[in-house]
Design a protein around this ligand. Sequence first.
Ligand SMILES: [Zn+2]
Ligand SMILES: [Zn+2]
Ligand SMILES: [Zn+2]
Length: 145
Amino acid sequence: MNNNKLQLEAELISKKINPTAMRILVYEYLKTQAEAVTLADIENSFEQSDRVTLYRTLKTFEQKGLIHKISTGIGTQYALCDVDCSEDKHRDTHVHFICNQCKKTICLTHVQIPKIVIPPGFQFDEYEVLAKGICEGCMTNSKPI
Ligand SMILES: [Zn+2]
Ligand SMILES: [Zn+2]
Ligand SMILES: [Zn+2]
């Protein structure tokens, strides 16, 4: 096992996740993605793997505060969490950016959502802010040469 694998293993353990071979692979894959991924993206990258196992892996990651779900108009996507997420306590209070051109969803982890106040009598669970437009990559590509 190389250092990278050991590092991934240690990170999973720090989130109280038992580092099985499958979980290490999925985590490694998620870490190499610059933007959020769909379940289909993950399935395509792990064609040899059982879909149920993959789905359970994601579910565990989400429960343990390793990844968060993003509900976009085109379905659920997954992205790695900030370091301060933990079991059943997600603190991903950042804006998600959807690019109208490449359709990628990007975590703007440095853009925090302002706190909102929900009237008494409502149970507040979570809220999401989706920003839409053209991402940095697409803006750069569309510049005249
Ligand atoms: Zn989180
Ligand atoms: Zn884009
Ligand atoms: Zn995010």
